[in-house]
Design a protein around this ligand. Structure first.
Ligand SMILES: [Zn+2]
Length: 291
């Protein structure tokens, strides 16, 4: 179960890993906390699909649902919505207040209850989400971490989140944080691009992150996923309102990427089965258990 904040996050964080596991027969469910209703159009060649509009919360939700369905099909995974409304990325100084009723403003218990219910019904062995910082400081990404962390720890406890639905408690075995954009990876790809005489898309990003001295979290688990980078790319392109097919995500030639960095990284945040890091499989320790 991969828990993400917005439609498109599943395609930019750990996407090839989910495609690989799905292709190998693992039942993969992407959970999207919000409808992405406050995302701006980030692709200059985007055209609003016929019969739709992108100017209202409802209009954007409908378009992004279409995009999400195509992305999930490209990855070969199932996907479901938690049903919360995008908080938007507040900008300015001072920052404006978050919009009424948005995901980030929900009390933890109310925000987590639908995910706890889903964990009890889907019964995942492994959950992935973001680290406590959100990976980047979007209020929905931080909230996404909080609800996934809460559900991972509470879903197995029959005394918590008692619902009418009557789903049995379920204890997931491992919790991971996505770390696909480590400085180590950015630097390696950056140097390979320069070595090939190409313009690197990561130069400014590396500089600004180094200047902010953001502490690097530890990648404990590297999943080989290069064979599924094409599926990840197809899923990204499906998010046509958000992803420019000529843009950042496609600036690194795929042969260079597969050669220099064929893996996707995760941090093992909790495990209820014996496992040893570093790992190369999110199910390490579980395959033995199920035999
Ligand atoms: Zn997001």
């Amino acid at each position: 179960m991969a828990v993400h904040a917005h439609p498109d996050d599943e395609s930019s964080k750990g996407a090839a890993t989910t495609a690989r596991y799905a292709a190998e027969g693992v039942e993969v469910l992407v959970v999207t906390c919000t409808g992405g209703e406050r995302g701006d159009v980030l692709n200059p060649s985007f055209e609003v699909p016929e019969g739709h509009e992108f100017d209202s919360v409802e209009g954007r939700r409908a378009v992004r649902r279409l995009e999400m369905a195509d992305a999930a099909a490209a990855l070969g995974v199932r996907q479901t919505w938690l049903g919360f409304v995008d908080s938007g990325l507040p900008e300015g100084d001072p920052l404006p207040p978050l919009p009424d009723g948005c995901f980030a403003l929900q009390p933890l218990e109310e925000a987590s209850a639908p995910l706890v219910e889903l964990v009890r019904r889907f019964r995942p062995h492994v959950m992935t989400t973001y680290d406590p910082s959100g990976g980047y400081p979007h209020p929905d990404h931080i909230k996404c971490h909080e609800v996934a962390y809460e559900a991972y720890h509470a879903a197995g406890d029959a005394s918590r989140y008692v619902t009418d639905g009557g789903a049995e408690p379920w204890t997931p075995r491992k919790l991971y944080y996505n770390h696909g954009f480590s400085m180590e990876r950015l630097r390696a790809v950056h140097e390979a691009m320069q070595g090939a005489g190409l313009e690197s898309p990561f130069g400014d990003w590396i500089e600004s992150r180094a200047a902010r001295e953001i502490p690097e979290r530890e990648a404990t688990t590297r999943v080989h996923a290069a064979d599924y980078f094409d599926r990840r790319d197809a899923a990204l392109v499906a998010h046509a309102s958000q992803i420019d097919p000529e843009g950042f995500f496609f600036a690194v030639p795929r042969d260079i990427e597969a050669d220099v960095w064929p893996t996707e990284e995760f941090e093992l945040a909790d495990s209820r089965v014996p496992t040893e890091v570093p790992e190369d499989d999110l199910f390490a320790g579980l395959r033995e258990e199920s035999r």
